[in-house]
Design a binder for this molecule. Structure first.
Ligand code: DCP
Ligand code: CA
Length: 401
């Protein structure tokens, strides 16, 4: 979810002073001052006013607008309350600016009925408690969620179904794609690339020649592909491993073996860092590039390969059902990392045995290499990935954070 408050500075002023409601209002300073518009109400925008416009121009275009100085302390207070509301809905909150945040709500549909209903509740609570309108975009990745919230403004709520990312973005002008500024827009339209769809069908090499590494990102974004996680500030990072298969596969034993192997790599890193994890996430990218992530929260934190894999496999079984397309990429990760606490585990002798087993395996691998000792389940990998001392040579070896 991407959540962004509408006409933020102005709306806060309108809540505090109802005389300003439903009127063209500008925060930024008195009309006869030098300076620019910081925020314009939607009524003012109808006259062409927008952020960054010189105040003199704004007052010429809309002489009846009410110009106010603004008060940053108020906006900071409102922002704090806004973020607190969001944090009540999901701990996976990444504030982007005072009035904008990403919220990862993967797996929360059952609590609220649906993600759409959850978003409606969030909007309502912001309205009830702060008197502010928020616009919300829902999608499988950050870039599409952001475009959706932007497009839904004001007071909007727009969900882009998984699989529809590309077709949703395609007709939009290039400037709507996050990252495309004035300069990039000029270069793109100058080459006849006017829509996001046109970017998505332009060969990445062409975009690379114009924009360097950014060109590749542009191409992925235009295709609705964005692997960036929602990252709560200061929170312990996640650890994940993923790989793209040489050939798309629907073979369950291969998927399972790869999941086991990647899970063991994750587990090894987790233990090396002396942490335990509360959440396990599965990621699948299908042949048509549709990408899904599924998350499960453990009843208590763990760092054993068994806990990671068992959870990953459960997620895989419920996601990868009959009739699904072949898989292009598979990944597994852990997040919500905590310091180990042994109290609960001590009651559970099988968990204790797993921990001891992992300790022993870690020691062997440290001495003789990762593939020196393996679970039988990972044997099918011998036929698909070349083996070396450090493990298998995967196509995307370590996307670890
Ligand atoms: N802001 C600013 N100067 C700018 C842009 C923004 O001071 N050039 C401040 C005022 C805005 C706030 O940041 O109210 C949030 O910026 P947004 O870009 O989200 O714009 P608004 O919230 O005002 O409007 P929108 O409804 O388009 O999100
Ligand atoms: Ca805003």
């Amino acid at each position: 979810m991407h959540i962004d408050l509408d006409a933020f500075f102005v709306s806060v002023e309108q809540v505090l002073n109802p005389d300003l409601q439903d009127k063209p209002v500008v925060v930024g300073g008195r009309a006869d001052r030098r300076g620019v518009v910081a925020a314009a109400s939607y009524e003012a925008r109808r006259f062409g006013l927008h952020a960054g416009m010189p105040l003199a121009t704004a007052s010429r275009l809309c002489p009846q607008a009410i110009f106010i100085e603004g008060n940053f302390t108020r906006y900071r207070e409102a922002s704090k309350k806004f973020m607190a509301i969001l944090a009540d809905f999901s701990p996976f909150l990444e504030p982007v600016s005072l009035d904008e945040a990403y919220l990862d709500v993967t797996g929360f549909e059952s609590i609220h009925g649906s993600i759409h209903k959850m978003a409606a509740k969030i909007k309502q609570q912001i309205k009830d408690e702060l008197g502010l309108d928020a616009s919300v975009g829902i999608a499988s990745c950050k870039v599409v969620a952001k475009v959706a919230s932007e497009l839904s403004k004001p007071d909007g709520l727009l969900e882009v179904a998984s699989g529809k990312e590309r077709s949703f973005l395609a007709p939009l002008p290039v400037a709507q794609l996050p990252g495309v500024g004035k300069k990039t827009e000029r270069i793109l339209t100058g080459s006849g690339i006017n829509t996001i769809g046109k970017i998505s069908t332009t060969p990445p090499s062409t975009l690379k020649s114009h924009f360097g590494a950014f060109g590749e990102l542009l191409h992925r974004f235009a295709n609705g592909i964005d692997d960036r996680e929602v990252e709560p500030p200061g929170a312990a990072k996640s650890i994940s491993r993923e790989t793209t298969f040489g050939e798309d596969t629907g073979d369950r034993s291969v998927l399972k073996a790869t999941l086991r192997y990647l899970g063991e790599r994750v587990g090894a890193t987790l233990r090396q860092r002396g942490k335990q994890a509360r959440c396990v996430t599965l990621k699948l990218r299908y042949a048509d590039f549709t990408t899904v992530t599924r998350r499960h929260t453990l009843s208590h934190a763990s760092n054993t390969d068994k806990a990671i894999f068992d959870t990953g496999l459960k997620l895989l079984k419920s996601e990868f059902t009959l009739g699904k397309q072949p898989v292009r990429l598979i990944g597994i990760g852990v997040s919500n990392l905590v310091e180990p606490g042994t109290q609960l585990d001590m009651l559970d002798s099988s968990a204790q045995r797993q921990e001891q087993l992992n300790k022993a395996i870690d020691r062997i691998r440290k001495k003789y290499g990762f593939t020196a000792i393996q679970t039988g389940m990972t044997l099918p990998l011998k036929d698909i990935f070349p083996e070396n001392e450090g493990g298998y040579t995967l196509n995307t070896p370590s996307l670890s954070r």
